[in-house]
Ligand binder design. Structure first.
Ligand SMILES: Cc1ncc(COP(=O)(O)O)c(C=O)c1O
Length: 397
């Protein structure tokens, strides 16, 4: 039996080896501190859970419209108006099984062989895999710490060709936590309109911002950019609902309709009673979101301070999301207990062996001089993990 060629385009997760080792160590009773999480460690707020239970018990358990129930689309439209100042009709909104699914649908209906898709590195790894699966060519703009991991208009202009179909923006970003200002986005919007390409704006970390900068959607700079933008968002990160699988896209009707057609013949609707719970999450009190945000901010401040007080590692202060992208370049080219440390994967392996701390190598995000530490862990765990990393660095460097 031959697998389809398409499957050879997908790279295996670069963190599988680390995850397997973490599981092995934990099975041996070894206490490993995990800084790998890509999800809030908080529980889903109880009023959201109660709505799901109520809907389930009321028998709301059948197929719904593929693109989502009208109440949820209305809640999303109201949110887009309230938070982003944007008007979207229900026919311009589609609910999917997580923002990842929304992104997948969008990329599949927009991109094909011959197209080029621009994205900044470090990037969230799934973008790259989705672009490759669509047949399009990823065009990567390298960013650096010097520029706050942001692309400049000049860098963007240099990569635009007649084949440029799409730019993917993710602000606040996974893995760097950087966020574009309104002024920066306005320039990108102008370029997208002038050069006539589309923009996917992944705004999933919009509510987890710790600086005074207000998150802005690129779609808000006038009708010309709005009709070229596909906004992606969801409830996973904001409401600690990663396992519930609700994401959404807001875009021009023809794009949304194509995404709905694809979803019609793949997953159909997201889970019925979960959609009801998502309505309550989006329409209800946002007090819990604020409580989680303030807790994340405390942890971010602590982790950033610890990283920058340990010799040979450093990081910028991320403005949003819940990750710290740590520069480990000064720890490379060293052998510790027989392990040659020459990239982010071997460094992550070293920290796991020596400090019993799990981190995500930067190679998966397109930069081997960094590792990603998530602060979606309790304060005590963060403290213990940072103590252990400090001890190992002091011992060997
Ligand atoms: C940048 C980014 N976009 C999208 C997603 C997907 O979120 P969801 O759980 O809604 O599929 C993630 C999750 O890690 C993410 O980091």
């Amino acid at each position: 039996m031959q697998l389809a060629k398409r499957t050879t385009l997908i790279s295996p997760s670069p963190t599988l080896g680390i995850t397997a080792k973490v599981n092995q160590l934990r099975a041996q009773g070894i206490d490993v501190i995990g800084f790998g999480a890509g999800e809030p460690d908080f529980d889903t707020p109880s009023y959201i859970k109660e709505e799901a239970i109520k809907s389930l018990q009321a028998g709301f358990t059948k197929y719904t419209a593929t693109s989502g129930i009208p109440e949820l689309k209305a809640a999303i439209a109201a949110k887009l108006k309230r938070d982003n100042g944007l008007d979207f009709q229900p026919s311009e909104i589609i609910v999917s099984c997580g923002a990842k699914h929304s992104l997948y649908n969008a990329i599949m209906v927009l991109c094909e062989k011959g197209d080029e898709v621009i994205l900044a590195s470090p990037y969230w790894v799934s973008y790259l895999e989705m672009i490759k699966l669509s047949g399009a060519k990823p065009v990567i703009i390298k960013t650096s710490e010097k520029n706050n991991f942001k692309i400049s208009p000049e860098q963007l202009l240099a990569k635009i060709r007649p084949k440029t179909k799409l730019l993917i923006l993710n602000s606040p970003s996974n893995p760097t936590g950087m966020m574009y200002t309104a002024q920066e986005l306005e320039i990108f919007a102008k370029i997208a309109v002038d050069k006539n390409f589309l923009v996917i704006s992944d705004e999933i970390y919009e509510k987890l911002v710790y600086s005074d900068t207000k998150p802005v959607s690129i779609a808000s700079f006038g009708p010309a950019i709005k009709e070229r933008t596909i906004i992606i968002n969801g409830v996973s990160k904001t409401y600690a609902m990663t396992g519930w699988r609700i994401g959404y896209a807001a875009a021009r009707q023809d794009i949304v309709q194509a995404m709905a057609n694809l979803q019609d013949h793949s997953t159909s609707n997201p889970v019925s009673f979960v959609q009801k719970a998502a309505v309550v999450a989006i329409n209800g009190t946002q007090d819990e979101v604020e409580r989680m945000r303030l807790e994340f901010k405390k942890r971010r401040d602590y982790m950033v301070e610890r990283v920058n007080n340990i010799k040979k590692i450093s990081c910028l202060t991320p403005e949003g999301a819940f990750y710290v992208f740590v520069n480990i370049s000064k720890l490379l080219n060293k052998t510790i207990n027989g392990l040659v440390i020459n990239d982010s994967l071997s460094l992550a392996e070293c920290w796991l062996n020596e400090a019993k701390v799990a981190v995500i190598p930067g190679s998966g995000f397109g930069n081997d001089n960094y590792v990603r530490l998530s602060y979606a862990a309790s304060f005590e765990k963060i403290k213990t993990g940072m103590d252990r990393i400090e001890e190992v660095i002091n011992k060997y460097y």
